[in-house]
Design a protein around this ligand. Structure first.
Ligand code: PNW
Length: 489
């Protein structure tokens, strides 16, 4: 009788409810809900490495300081029309001067690790030739600060900022002189930093900077090479990686771990059936044949060489051995599902399904939403290439972050994205995928290459006028993931 719901009745009902908690039936209810709580919280393995990632050119600024030489991205961003919002990264986040504050942000977040990149033109202003010790000092200070705060440094040696001098003198990655210079620079850095840095990534996203920088002319250095020359540049890059692995092994402290960070062609089965999954395994190997397959297997697949035909790269057996130098881990940058794969009964055994125009994406058009990418990609990578240690070296999203009336940033779409990707990653790990850590891109908003400062990927919002950093709601989300070592739906 709803009309009779007096306050007293309500109190009585509440009291009864309280009492009934003690009954066996209620106890059973309680344990069911505890179980539900537990299953809603998906845990990661003990010691899982939680971090954030950035790169030198995107945050440091101070491009003329302490003897830094120019990079191809300085030249490119200063070329009219190349950057969407007409900006450059001369100042960016001014991290070069504010690194202590930024390490403080990581501390606030509770992050255990930090993946940053070293600017080659700070250390060797001309790419080769005499080193610039002052350039390396910046990283010495940064690393010391990280360690003082209990944050493990993971260093990337190349995140796209090639010394301009190498581009001018030898044509950048079009020449194997650049591969050799990269090996030398890597050995030099590892010798000086490996007393404190235990993990080095050689190259970040070779596929991206080659295709966009040397193939499509969209990124620095803005070249549109014919296929044969592009394939040769790709060969020089994987060779540079191999030379770096060898140089780091030769010069770093024993026990130093080496890998790379690649946004491989992410292949996802269109449907989870054995046929689709098998086709996706083949696609994973073949669509990554020019870079990760070559590096892990120390050879180019027949499919790759056949397809390239007269445009295939020229190489020697000795170079293949160098390219295939053994790594300790593989870093996978995981964003969008790039290819949904369906089976095909003719060679090569798979087909790429076309995307419907209505497929949803985040605030960057290329960032299609496919949380299951975080499940399939590490799982299939481990299987296809027998990799036993994987890091998710980047994952994250842009969002149209606005400051609300109360001064806060409610980046709910970022939280939705991260939660769903992390749930899928946890599922992969629970089923045995050997993923040891996760680096969220990015610690803070920064210079998003050709999009300038328009696309915000950070957990912390940066005001690029005042350079003030403020936490978005996702800081609280990620901190909770780190503290509980779990993600909940
Ligand atoms: C990565 N895609 O770039 C880079 O490593 C970062 O420097 C960058 O800021 C971040 O992801 C966000 O863009 C990518 O088109 C750029 O698939 C484009 C793609 C993937 C990664």
């Amino acid at each position: 009788m709803p009309g009779r719901f007096s306050r007293r009745n309500f109190a009585k009902l509440a009291g009864l409810a309280g009492l009934s908690m003690a009954s066996p039936a209620a106890a059973e209810n309680k344990s069911t809900s505890a179980a539900a709580d537990k299953s809603a919280r998906a845990s990661f393995p003990d010691g899982f490495v939680w971090g954030t990632a950035t790169s030198a050119y995107q945050i440091e600024g101070a491009v003329h300081e302490d003897g830094r030489g120019p990079s191809i991205w300085d030249t490119f961003s200063h070329t009219p029309g190349k950057i969407g919002d007409g900006t450059d990264a001369d100042r960016a986040n001014d991290h070069y001067h504010r690194y202590k504050e930024d390490v403080g942000l990581m501390k606030q977040l509770g992050a255990k690790a930090y993946r940053f990149s070293i600017a080659w033109p700070r250390v060797f202003p001309n790419g080769d030739g005499p080193p610039n010790p002052k350039g390396l000092d910046f990283y010495n200070h940064l690393i010391d600060e990280l360690l003082a705060e209990g944050i493990e440094p993971y260093a990337t040696l190349y995140h796209w900022d090639l010394p301009q001098s190498l581009q001018d003198r030898v044509g950048g990655w079009q020449s194997s002189d650049t591969s050799k210079a990269f090996g030398d620079y890597s050995g030099y850095v590892a010798e000086r930093l490996s007393d404190r840095v235990r993990n080095f990534f050689t190259i970040n996203e070779a596929g991206r900077f080659l295709n966009f920088g040397y193939g499509l002319g969209i990124d620095a250095p803005g070249l549109k090479l014919p296929t044969g020359e592009l394939n040769q540049a790709r060969h020089n890059v994987v060779l540079g990686h191999g030379l770096a692995v060898q140089a780091i092994r030769a010069h770093a402290r024993a026990g130093t771990k080496i890998g790379l960070a690649e946004n491989i062609a992410t292949c996802v089965p269109a449907i989870d059936t054995p046929e689709h999954v098998r086709a996706t395994e083949i696609a994973t190997r073949e669509l990554n044949a020019g870079i990760l397959t070559a590096i892990v297997e120390g050879k180019y697949t027949e499919g790759y060489l056949d397809y390239a035909g007269k445009d295939a790269p020229k190489f020697t057996a000795e170079e293949l051995d160098i390219i295939g130098s053994k790594m300790d881990f593989v870093g996978l940058n995981i964003y969008a599902p790039q290819f949904y794969i369906v089976p095909k009964d003719k060679k090569p055994g798979f087909d790429v399904a076309p995307f419907p125009a209505s497929f949803p994406h985040m605030n960057s058009e290329w960032l299609r939403i496919g949380p299951e990418t975080a499940y399939w990609v590490p799982r299939l990578a481990a299987k296809v290439w027998s990799i036993d240690t994987i890091f998710i070296s980047e994952n994250g999203t842009s969002s149209e972050d606005r400051i609300a009336a109360d001064g806060k940033v409610y980046d709910l779409d970022r939280i939705m994205f991260l939660r769903n990707y992390l749930m899928q990653l946890q599922r992969a790990i629970a089923e045995g995928a050997p993923v040891r850590g996760y680096f969220l891109w990015s610690l803070m908003d920064n210079f998003e290459w050709i999009f300038g400062f328009e696309k915000r990927f950070g957990l912390y919002r940066v005001d690029f006028q005042t350079l003030e950093r403020i936490p978005k709601l996702s800081v609280e989300f990620y901190r909770n993931v780190i503290v509980t070592n779990a993600v909940s739906s």
